[in-house]
Design a protein around this ligand. Structure first.
Ligand code: 13P
Length: 279
């Protein structure tokens, strides 16, 4: 049984100086491509379901599908709810057997974020589920060149947040952005180092798609143990589907293209994050 909790995967990554990729999946093809990539690389894996798409995708069906692949796999795999903002969705994820959840209270005032996160941690702990929290704000589709550093994570607040909530992992903001990058990102590694000094938990980088290889390598050297990726899978997948549709072939083959494109993207990241052969 390869089903794993996220906390132990990230603990091993922290000790080993690598990061585990958390790849969002939205259907069977992105799921299969991601698992096949991790298996071929013999890497631990975090499969993530994005809460923001739950009006379109079905959390329960995806969880069941993921569980059946995880059951037959030899690598350790965590099933994670990405950016859970809604209390009911987080409880549902725990009910459906996810091994970790993210509570994203990053747009709330600090006190409220701490209060809500603490409540989620209490419930998740009782169910043996890991919790990722977020402090500081990682925006979406905004110019990375002109980000307001007031939204970046402050190390003193991170210390307090981790201490008072008991989260297993902390998503931090130091210059990355979700979605396609507009403008060149300038990651604030000084800040990341200060946060790493201030807290003991593994740190998480959101907005991974489009960062440079050096950005990943320096981030991982300075405490990042989990990197989230979705936009690249989505954009490459759509390009591939457009190309496959130009050929005169069966739908199953068109969809197989989506699986293979996902697999290629995920493999490249696994190698870059250093988690190859760490299963
Ligand atoms: P990207 O949009 O850069 O792929 O980031 C995904 C992410 O952080 C999901 O939580």
């Amino acid at each position: 049984m390869a089903f794993s909790d996220m906390a132990s995967l990230l603990k091993a990554a922290k000790q080993g100086g690598y990061a585990v990729g958390a790849f969002d999946f939205i259907d069977l093809k992105t799921l299969e491509g991601t698992i096949e990539a991790a298996e071929e690389e013999n890497s631990p894996l975090i499969l993530a379901v994005p809460e923001r798409l739950l009006g379109i995708i079905d959390m329960k069906a995806l969880a069941w599908a993921a569980m059946s692949y995880i059951d037959g796999s030899k690598i350790p795999i965590a099933l994670h709810l990405d950016h859970g903002k809604n209390f009911d969705n987080i409880i549902l994820a725990i009910k459906y057997g996810f091994s970790s959840v993210m509570y994203d209270g990053s747009s709330l005032p600090l006190e409220e974020n701490i209060r809500n996160t603490r409540e989620i941690v209490k419930i998740a702990r009782a169910a043996g589920v890991s919790v990722e929290g977020e402090l500081g704000y990682v925006g979406r589709n905004i110019n990375a060149e002109t980000l307001d550093s007031n939204y970046f994570t402050k190390s003193e607040e991170a210390m307090r947040y981790v201490d008072e909530t008991g989260v297993d992992a902390l998503a931090v903001s130091y210059g990355s952005v979700h979605g396609m990058y507009i403008g060149k990102p300038h990651l604030d590694f000084e800040r990341l180092r200060a946060i790493r000094e201030a807290v003991d938990v593994p740190l998480v980088l959101h907005g991974g798609s489009g960062l440079s290889d050096d950005d990943f390598i320096t981030s991982i050297k300075n405490g990042i143990c989990k990197v989230n990726i979705f936009t690249e899978i989505s954009v490459r997948g759509m390009d591939r589907l457009r190309n496959e549709l130009k050929k005169d072939q069966e739908l199953a083959l068109v969809l197989d293209g989506l699986k293979n494109e996902t697999k290629d993207a995920v493999k490249r990241y696994i190698e870059l994050f250093g988690s190859r052969d760490k299963a």
